[in-house]
Ligand binder design. Structure first.
Ligand code: UDP
Length: 377
C-alpha cells in the first residue's frame, strides 16, 4: 500500500460531483487524497474549483482549442499514465461517463490499480444517445472494482451486467451533497446574499418575474437540432416571460445561439454562471429548460419544474416522479409544454414537489464508509 488515492476530474460536472467526496475523504483517512484536474473543459472546471475554494494538487495544462477530442484524450492518457507510474496510488476515483473518466480509468486499469466509479449504473440502453457517454460508462463499469450507484435502478442495471452485488453500493448522488452545501451557505451567509443580489441585477434577473433558465450543450444538439431549439425558444419568448440562456463554450452550440437569438426581446444570452450562483438561479426560476444530466438531479430537491430537451434519459427517476417533462431532442413539444405550464396552475403545481430520489446529501459519507469496509481508506 502506498497510502495514496487520486481523484481525476476533467469537466465541470465531474468536479461539482467529486469535490464533496474528496473533501470528506480528507477528513476521514490518513491516506493522501490527491486531486488531479485534467482539464477537458478548462475554464468551466477552474470556476468550480474556485467556488469550492480548493486548488487541485495536480493540474495538467494540455488543453489546446485546435485539438480534436481524440488528440486531447491521447494527451490526457499519456500524462495520467506517467502520473500513475510516479505515484503508484492504491485507488483512483472517477466519475460518471465523460471521455476524461473513461481514459483515466483505462490508464489505471492497464496498471492494475483499483478503480472506484462514482455515479455508476446509469443506462439509456442506446449506444447512440447520449453519444458517446452511454458506451463510456459501460466501459468504465467493466474496468472498475467498486461501483457507487445513485439509485436502486442503477444497481439493478449493474446486477444485470453480472457485476457482483458485494462491490456495489447505493449512495444517492453526490450532486445533492454539493447543492445542499451551497444552498445552506446561500441562506446563511449575508456576504454571499449581497453578492448574489448584485449578480442577478447585473443580468436583469428579477426574482418576481416569470424567469426561464436554459442550458444546452450536448452533442446531439449540434447542427439541425440547435436551430430547431432556437425556433421554439423564440416562440416561448412571446409568452410574457424572461429567458436566460447560459452559453456553453463549445462553438457548435455558442455560435448558432448567438447568431439566432442575439437581438430577441426577452432573451438574455449570458456567460456560464458560477456554481453557487447558478443553483440559486435554478431555485429562483419559474421554469428550467435543459439537456443537462446534473440539472435533472439537482432539480429534484428544488421547487422548480424542468423541461428536458432530449429523446432519452438515463435519469428516468426524475421523469417518473413528476420532477421533469421530456420534450425530445428536436424540441418539437417545447413551446406547447411551456405554454401549458404557464396557462394551467394545476399542471404547473404537479411539478413543484421536492422528491428525494437521489438521496439526502450524505452520499460522500456512504462512499467513505464503503471504502473503509473494503479497507481502501
Ligand atoms: N452549471 C453551472 N453553471 C452553468 C450551467 C450549469 O454551474 O452556467 C452546473 C449545473 O448546476 C450542473 C452542472 O453544471 O451541476 C451540469 O453541467 P453540464 O450541463 O455541463 O453537464 P452534464 O450534467 O450534462 O454532464
Amino acid at each position: 500500500m502506498n497510502n495514496k488515492i487520486i481523484f481525476f476530474m476533467g469537466t465541470r460536472p465531474e468536479a461539482i460531483k467529486m469535490l464533496p467526496v474528496a473533501i470528506h475523504l480528507r477528513k476521514k483517512t490518513k491516506k493522501k487524497i490527491i486531486i488531479c484536474s485534467t482539464g477537458q473543459h478548462k475554464e468551466l472546471l477552474d470556476d468550480v474549483f474556485s467556488v469550492f475554494d480548493i486548488k487541485p494538487d495536480i493540474k495538467f495544462k494540455l488543453y489546446n482549442s485546435d485539438d480534436t477530442l481524440n488528440i486531447l484524450l491521447s494527451k490526457i492518457y499519456k500524462s495520467v499514465s506517467n502520473l500513475l507510474n510516479k505515484l503508484q496510488p492504491d485507488l483512483v476515483l472517477v466519475h460518471g461517463d465523460t471521455a476524461n473518466s473513461m481514459i483515466c480509468s483505462l490508464a489505471a486499469f492497464n496498471k492494475k490499480i483499483k478503480i472506484g466509479h462514482v455515479e455508476a449504473g446509469l443506462r439509456s440502453f442506446d449506444n447512440k444517445s447520449p453519444w458517446p457517454e452511454e458506451v463510456y460508462r459501460k466501459l468504465i463499469t467493466n474496468m472498475s472494482d467498486f461501483h457507487f450507484c445513485p439509485t436502486k435502478l442503477n444497481k439493478k442495471n449493474l446486477l444485470k451486467e453480472n457485476i457482483s452485488n458485494k462491490l456495489i453500493k447505493i449512495t444517492g448522488n453526490t450532486v445533492i451533497d454539493s447543492i445542499k452545501y451551497f444552498l445552506e451557505i446561500s441562506k446563511k451567509n449575508i456576504k454571499f446574499k449581497k453578492k448574489y443580489q448584485s449578480f442577478i441585477k447585473s443580468i436583469s434577473f428579477d426574482s418576481n418575474e416569470k424567469n426561464i433558465l436554459v442550458t444546452i450543450h450536448r452533442r446531439e444538439k449540434y447542427g439541425k437540432n440547435i436551430l430547431l431549439f432556437c425556433n421554439q425558444i423564440k416562440r416561448v419568448a412571446k409568452l410574457n416571460v424572461n429567458i436566460f440562456i447560459t452559453l456553453h463554450h463549445n462553438p457548435n452550440i455558442k455560435i448558432p445561439l448567438i447568431k439566432n437569438l442575439k437581438n430577441i426581446k426577452n432573451i438574455n444570452l449570458i456567460e456560464p454562471v458560477k456554481y453557487d450562483y447558478f443553483i440559486n438561479l435554478l431555485n429562483d426560476s419559474y421554469l428550467v429548460i435543459s439537456d443537462s444530466g446534473g440539472i435533472q438531479e439537482e432539480i429534484t430537491i428544488l421547487k422548480t419544474p424542468l423541461i428536458v430537451i432530449r429523446d432519452k434519459t438515463e435519469r428516468s427517476e426524475s421523469i417518473r416522479n413528476n420532477k421533469s417533462i421530456m420534450v425530445g431532442e428536436d424540441c418539437k413539444e417545447l413551446f406547447i409544454q411551456t405554454k401549458r405550464l404557464i396557462a394551467s396552475q394545476a399542471y404547473y403545481s404537479k411539478y413543484l414537489k421536492i422528491k428525494k430520489i437521489y438521496g439526502s446529501g450524505n452520499s460522500s459519507v456512504k462512499i467513505a464508509n464503503f471504502l473503509k469496509d473494503q479497507k481502501m481508506i
